[in-house]
Design a protein around this ligand. Structure first.
Ligand code: SF4
Length: 752
């Protein structure tokens, strides 16, 4: 059974997270001990994938230099990029395979750990069938690994259940873009933002989650562009906004239908564009007729006059862009929210031109590329549908199997955990995914993990989820394997290998190839390098929507990235989609899609009267497995805090720094209050990067968007009460601090 073998305290003592404050080998004078060389590559964190030069000495990344020529970020980096080099020689780094014992974990050889993993997977499949095993992947993995995982699940294990943590990121946008345009990619390069006259930023805390995009918005404003921000919180970018629309959590779609209502009522739509390039307009026009500004205002909390003004500002611009992110996508109607924004762009003719269109801001490092080549439960490489007979035939030919041997679509990420909980899936192999922190309703996740008959993990640090593993296979950081990724612009980039994995750690791709060999499927995985995997990926993607065939590592280097689709070696790539007016749908049209209002899955009530929304802070990344280990980043924001408006705080007699218990229909946590005027008075906010008693996802719920299967992280209902005392975790941290405990625990101290 996959229960943690010993206490969590003991596991944390052994494996961290321990924040590191000095680089590997300590601070060293460059003049006395110069770096060996610089490697031009990319940041390993968010979907901006900024260019960076890693400074390498021996087999260690010891620092960085800006890469000023890289056209996306021109050398700029956010705090995470600046500190990413602290991971490689980190004391918590896993250097050997580990196997669980009653006392915790012990080191094992690769032979022992891999043979054990294969034996357990086989045993489970023989007993319960092929689909009793599931694979989890990560959206920060290079595309070669994503491709490899998809093939490994379907060819080596023969299971239909593979999905990835990108399911928690932007799949709502992906589904919406496929419905509207037939393809899942932002249609424009970020340089278009500079040319827009109006940019509407919907549910995107760009300053903290996609910091370099802030620079694009600033430059747009410097050139005279107007900025409209839609968010329940006045995030930092609001300081530069011309309009701020404080939408009530979960009501975004009503706002966009209200905007479209005004545009159509006042005849501001572009009839020539609509009739020439689109279908479905009349149905959408009918559907927004009821959403006059007063109705939309009542639903969303945005004043009707602001809706009128924003609609006119957006529609009267010659070039307008709608940028959106998790605020609208992390909802049980995330797909509709995105579609409502797309409908706005289509109605105003904003598509396929410089400075015009819509775009999703990718959250995870390779969130875009990681979902294009087979890591999603319903897709094959090249963004092909797994249920499409032609796609199956093409992929099967590349893989050297018959189409019938490719399993059909499996469960998505949350559905996999639910299937584990009900006993349908018995074994899980997970790569760089920390579901105990990332998935909603973490008590449910923990119960599910404890029911697994086998749980294997591939990772470079021991995540909280890995505490439950039977075996932990020490894998690789981004800079330890060569490959490609795809940025939020659709730009395919080259991730350079800077160093080898340290100690006995191995490249993730080597681990999966070895597992495949030991499963008796080695002939399908004949790779000696990630480049060989990429060559096969190019062929597998050929002819698909995400066609990478014309993209080589060398071509990427020569051009600082190539935008897909790129079908031939002499093709320059496609920075802006739809310039010829045509979509990827067989009819070549862009499709308006009707959006229907519905309530969120965890509605506020008399008992749970307050909206809870969750998100990121600039210094942390996702579940914090990496960034909670970097001291300088942790110091910037050591613990999650409850953001609360002064009016709501007053109602509960809460003052700055008070401890507050937040209770949802599932669980409760106690955090310190941060009283701020930058949030709606009916809403509280908690960042989600922490585990255990500090985990925001103890409170969230498992309602999924029916089409994208994304959980509704952005809208839960909660109640508040002032806590009488700090929680145990804070008291324990204070105790350690008073006793001169180590720096890790000092970081947990109470803030006042
Ligand atoms: S985290 Fe994102 S914005 Fe920050 S440096 Fe890395 S890629 Fe750039």
């Amino acid at each position: 059974m996959a229960k943690a073998p010993v206490s969590l305290e003991s596991l944390r003592d052994s494996f961290g997270p321990h924040p590191a404050y000095v680089p590997p080998g300590g601070w060293q004078s460059e003049s006395r001990n110069p770096a060996g060389h610089l490697v031009k590559t990319h940041c390993c964190f968010c979907g901006q994938q900024c260019g960076i030069q890693l400074k390498v000495r021996g087999n260690q990344v010891i620092g960085f230099e800006p890469w000023e020529e890289f056209p996306f970020n021109h050398g700029m980096l956010c705090p995470k990029g600046v500190k990413r080099y602290m991971q490689g020689g980190h004391p918590d780094r896993l250097l050997d395979p580990l196997m669980r014992t009653p006392e915790g974990f012990r080191k094992a050889s690769w032979d022992e750990s891999l043979n054990f993993t294969v034996a357990r997977l086989k045993e489970v499949q023989e007993k319960y069938g092929k689909d009793s095993v599931a694979i989890y992947g990560g959206a920060s993995l290079i595309s070669e690994k994503s491709y490899l995982l998809g093939k490994f699940a379907r060819v080596a294990l023969g299971t239909r259940h593979i999905d990835y943590n990108g399911r928690l990121c932007m799949v709502s946008a992906g589904v919406a873009y496929k419905l509207a345009f037939g393809v899942d990619r932002s249609p424009l390069p970020w340089s278009d933002i500079l040319k827009a006259q109006v940019v509407l930023v919907a549910g995107a805390n760009v300053a903290e989650c996609a910091p370099i995009t802030t620079d694009y918005l600033w430059r747009c404003r410097d050139a005279g562009g107007k900025l409209i921000i839609v968010d329940p919180r006045m995030t930092p970018i609001c300081r530069n906004a011309d309009m701020y629309l404080p939408v009530r959590p979960g009501t975004d779609m009503a706002l966009y239908m209200g905007l479209l209502h005004v545009i159509l009522r006042d005849g501001l739509e572009r009839r020539d564009f609509i009739s020439k390039y689109t279908t479905g307009f009349e149905q959408v026009a009918d559907s927004v007729r009821a959403w006059d500004p007063r109705t939309a205002g009542e639903k969303t909390g945005v004043p009707p006059e602001a809706i009128e003004r924003a609609a006119h500002l957006f529609a009267k611009a010659d070039r307008a862009i709608a940028l959106h992110a998790r605020g609208v996508e992390h909802q049980s109607k995330g797909v509709e929210n995105c579609l409502a924004l797309i409908n706005l762009c289509l109605a105003t003719g904003n598509l396929g031109r410089e400075g015009a269109g819509c775009a999703m801001i990718t959250g995870q490092g390779n969130g875009q590329g990681g979902r294009e080549h087979g890591q999603k439960c319903d897709q094959l490489p090249g963004q092909r549908s797994i249920s499409d007979p032609e796609a199956r035939a093409h992929t099967a030919k590349v893989w050297g199997i018959t189409p019938d041997e490719i399993p059909q679509a499996g469960y998505s990420a949350v559905e996999i955990m639910e299937a584990i909980h009900r006993g349908e899936i018995k074994a899980l192999l997970s790569c760089c995914f920390n579901p105990l922190v990332s998935l909603p309703d973490s008590k449910f996740t923990q119960e599910a993990l404890e029911k697994l008959e086998f749980f294997g993990v591939v990772d470079f640090f021991m995540s909280e989820t890995a505490h439950h593993a039977d075996v932990v296979l020490a894998g690789s950081l981004q800079e330890e394997e060569e490959g490609i990724g795809c940025t939020n612009e659709g730009r395919v980039i080259h991730i350079q290998k800077a160093v080898d994995p340290p100690g006995n750690a191995k490249g993730d791709s080597w681990i999966y190839v070895e597992l495949a060999k030991r499963l008796g499927k080695g002939k399908f995985f004949p790779y000696d390098s990630t480049k060989e995997i990429y060559e096969e990926l190019r062929e597998a993607s050929r002819g698909g929507h995400a066609d990478y065939f014309g993209i080589t590592y060398e071509k990427i280097d020569q051009n600082m990235g190539i935008f897909w689709p790129c079908p031939t070696l002499d093709h320059p790539g496609t920075p802006r989609l739809f310039e010829d007016g045509h979509s990827f749908h067989p009819d070549g049209k862009h499709h308006f899609v009707v959006t229907e209002w519905r309530e969120s899955g965890d509605p506020v009530s008399a008992e749970f009267p307050i909206y809870l929304t969750t998100g990121r802070v600039v210094s942390q990344y996702l579940s914090g497995t990496q960034t909670r280990r970097i001291g300088a980043l942790l110091d910037q924001y050591p613990n999650p805090r409850l953001e609360i408006h002064p009016r709501l705080a007053e109602q509960y007699k809460i003052k700055e720094g008070d401890w507050v218990t937040i209770t949802s229909r599932r669980n409760e946590i106690t955090l310190q209050a941060m009283v701020v005027k930058t949030i709606r008075p009916d809403t509280v906010f908690i960042p989600y990067h922490w585990a255990g008693e500090r985990s925001a996802n103890k409170l969230t719920h498992r309602t999924l968007d029916p089409r994208s299967k994304i959980p509704e992280f952005k809208v839960s209902a909660c109640q508040l009460r002032k806590a009488e005392a700090p929680p145990d975790w804070a008291i324990a941290a204070n105790g350690n601090d008073a006793k001169g405990g180590d720096k890790a625990d000092a970081r947990l101290r109470v803030l006042r």
